[in-house]
Structure formats: C-alpha cells, structure tokens
Design a protein around this ligand. Sequence first.
Ligand code: PLP
Length: 353
Amino acid sequence: MTSTAVTRVRTALAAQPRLSLAQLPTPLHDAVRLREALGGPARCPRLLIKRDDLTALGLGGNKARKLEYLVADAQARGATTLITTGAVQSNHARMTAAAACVAGMRCVLVLTSTTTEPTLAGNLLLDRLYGATVRLVPSIDPMLAVGQDEAVVAAVVAEEEASGRTPYVIPIGGSSAVGVFGYVGGTAELVEQLATMTIAPTRLYYASGSRGTQAGLTLGAVLCEAPYLVYGVAVSAGEPEKIERARRIANEAATRLGLAERLDLPDLVTDQSFIGEGYGIPTEAGLEAIALVARTEALLLDPCYTSKGMAALIQHVRSGELSSSETVVFLHTGGMPALFTTDFVDAFARRRG
Ligand SMILES: Cc1ncc(COP(=O)(O)O)c(C=O)c1O
C-alpha cells in the first residue's frame, strides 16, 4: 500500500540531518484554464502543477528541498562557508546564497559566464544582494552549462582554509547523494497529496539539468510506489555522463537511507528533444509555453528550465501522445529571476516583433 511505502520513506529520511529552509508542503494546482486553452477535457489531460516555485527560500525553486539536507550536512561537519558552482544565472547558486544567509554562513559562488562583465540582473543580482562572493570562470561550450571551474573551486577551498574557515563544497545543482534526499521527500509529499485527491497521474513532467532532481524523483517514485512515470525533459546536453550520475547518486542515497531498492539506467527517462540550441538559450516552443501559462494561469515559467519542460508537455498534448482521460503533473521548479535578464527581455521583444 502507498501509505505504508510513504511512511517507510519518511522514517528513513527523518534519521538524516535536515535544516528547515523551505515552505512545505507546496500546493498542487489544478490548471483548469491551461487545460481549456489546450483543447479542454475532450482533448487535453487533466493538468496538475506542483508549485515548487513556491518553496519560498530566496525567491523559491526546487533547490530549496536539496539545500535543506546539504546545509544540514555542512553544519554537521562544522562548515562555515558554502561553496558551489553553476552558470552565471544559476538558480541553484542564488538559492545557496540565500540558504547561507538563513544558516549564518559565508557563501562563495564560482560561476561560468560567456562575458567577463555579465549584467548585474536576475539571479546574479540576487547573489550579490544575499552577500555572496562571486568568482567568474569563462564558459567553454554553450551546449554545456559548465566551464573549467575545478581549479578555481580548489583555490577557493584553500583560501577559506587559510583564513581559518571550514569550507563545504556543494556540487553543481546540489546534485549529490545528500541532495537527492530533497526530492525523495518531495515525492512522499506529492504521493500523499495525490492519494488524498484519489488521483493517479500517468506522468510527472519536469525540467532536468544536473540530474539531482531526477535522481530524487525517480528513486522517490520507486520507494513511494508512485503511479506515474517520471518524465525528465533535458535542458542541456551531456548524456551519457548525466544519466550515470543520476543512477550513482540515487543509489548512494538509497544506501545512506538504509533501503534496499536500486535504480538502473532504464529507470531514468530523459527526453533530449527540447534543448534547442543549448543551455540557457530560449526556444520558440519554450517562449510560447511561457506566454501561454502566464496568460491562462498567471504562473511564471522561466526561459532556461521550466519553459522547455512545459513545451514538451504541450507538444505531447497536441500530438495525442497524452490522452484526455489521463492526468499529468508538471513540477514547477522555479527559475523566475531569469525573466528579469536582458537575454530574456530581448528574446521576448523579438518574438513579439
Ligand atoms: C528552475 C530549475 N528547474 C530545474 C532544474 C534542474 O534541476 P537539476 O539540476 O536537479 O536537474 C534547475 C537546476 O538548476 C532549476 O534551476
């Protein structure tokens, strides 16, 4: 029974250090007007949106769930400085900076940028507001979200130690075994909400980057006996390393939780067809998704992640891959600060003509 499975997961998670950073549970929103715009109940499945954009920490998003476990782990190890990496408009970096404020820690962000003086807007502006120290690294490939940041991270670790502080390095996207606990817990929460509503969705759509969310959602779905297929929509290149990372950290997380279940590569589903030209580059289908969801539900998707995830869902409704008798869940992972960057404003203006 699902409730027994969820209780077992909650008990295993309760033994892990956790710092309360997120406003939970997040709402599960019935997107009636979006469904209407996509053909209504005769053509479109019921659409539920899990509002993890409302986790509240530092403007919200999926990383709050991972950071609850990562920051607690850092504190348990006596760390005083959080260090993490990402693209210059990384939501994960912004939320790590916010978490450091709440936890009373220092934060150093090593961010990859295509320019030496990126505009102070969106997430980068918030990083500064939250008081993080930012170190820039040039980008090596627009199809990948990363630069060669290892040497800079090693230098920052050495500097922190030399100053008498204790650093804790959070991998890109918070995607480690400890970070995985966040979406194992997020799945327990969602499965309970669905059980209360007596709904069994067929798919859970979400935007997939560094794959910690995928590892947590997929492991969580197995552990909690979720009814749905966890359907990741990639926003950046990098297979097959990324799927291997998801499998490895999911299985490490299961080991740490003392649970016997394990994932294999076929359990991890990622659609590669909505990336477009590369990470962070808006697509036409994604821009259409942003406008449609804003105008029907007054919900804000972002140009980098959630718009590409929603573009996949919309295309699957229109192509008939999803039938009107189904229910699907879209996990809104946040990312709104990127709407307030010149890249998005320019793309939006060009599209409007
Ligand atoms: C808004 C948003 N959605 C989705 C993701 C993807 O999560 P993950 O990196 O765990 O795959 C991210 C990661 O930064 C994000 O910021």
